[in-house]
Design a protein around this ligand. Structure first.
Ligand SMILES: [Zn+2]
Length: 249
């Protein structure tokens, strides 16, 4: 029987697990006997841990029917992967900032690559779910034109993640408000999608921040370095390009 298109669809959870479990077949790695893609596997492990954590959280919030769906996805991988994630986070403790930065970049790259797989297979009753998937994988679901920059801040005390080239209608809501003089001005508010993306990037950065990746809220994270996520609103961008012109004219 020929393989149907539906049978080829992998969920994002499965795609990540495959990336984690499969032996590397790249010729260069086979010849040298050491795989150069461990960083990608590590990022995939971490991403899967986070994804499954969120699905687990969702399972408790959703109505029973949908909760069952999420629970099923959750059951598929959490037990074995949860531990790996924690081990991986410990393994990175004490690494130079340069390496942390490069791992955060890898994480973003892997998130975008695996986003080509659906989070869950298409099926009846799942139409509305598609609208919500960005909540579970905000990096993967972000518009393709967005560029991410990950840098070390001054003095090696911070990681700076910038979200550039944000489509205006995707990322921002213009609110007309009266300023203190009664003039109507535009205030730019982040959309929920952009908010989730910022939160996700912050959480990724914080996860690379310490040796307890499984708990993002412990104090020990904050002490090693700070994580800043920057998304400039349309007004800031316009001001900056004005300043740029002035300086160069
Ligand atoms: Zn390899």
């Amino acid at each position: 029987m020929p393989e149907t298109k539906a049978a080829k669809i992998r969920t994002r959870v499965e795609a990540l697990r495959a990336m984690i479990d499969n032996e590397c077949t790249a010729p260069v790695c086979r010849e040298s006997g050491s795989c150069r893609h461990e960083g990608e596997k590590e990022a995939a492990r971490h991403m899967l841990g986070r994804l499954l954590d969120k699905l687990k959280g969702a399972a408790t919030d959703e109505h029973e029917e949908r909760a069952e769906l999420w629970a099923e996805i959750y059951k598929r991988g959490y037990d074995s992967q949860g531990n790996t994630y924690r081990k991986g986070a410990k393994y990175r403790a004490g690494q130079p900032m340069k390496e942390r930065i490069s791992q955060i970049r890898t994480h973003i790259k892997i998130a975008r690559r695996t986003a080509k797989s659906p989070l869950v297979p298409d099926g009846p009753g799942l139409a509305s779910q598609a609208l919500q998937t960005y909540r579970f994988d905000p990096i993967g679901e972000a518009p393709e034109q967005i560029k991410f920059r990950v840098r070390i801040g001054a003095g090696y005390g911070s990681v700076r993640i910038s979200i550039d080239n944000i489509p205006e209608d995707w990322g921002w809501i213009a609110e007309e408000v009266a300023d203190y003089q009664g003039e109507i001005v535009t205030r730019w508010k982040r959309t929920p999608a952009l908010n989730d993306l910022v939160t996700e990037l912050k959480a990724i950065g914080e996860a690379y921040n310490a040796d307890h990746g499984s708990n993002l809220s412990t104090d020990s994270f904050m002490k090693a370095f700070y994580v800043f996520v920057k998304a400039d609103d349309p007004e800031t961008l316009a001001l900056r390009s004005d300043g740029h012109r002035t300086r160069h004219s």
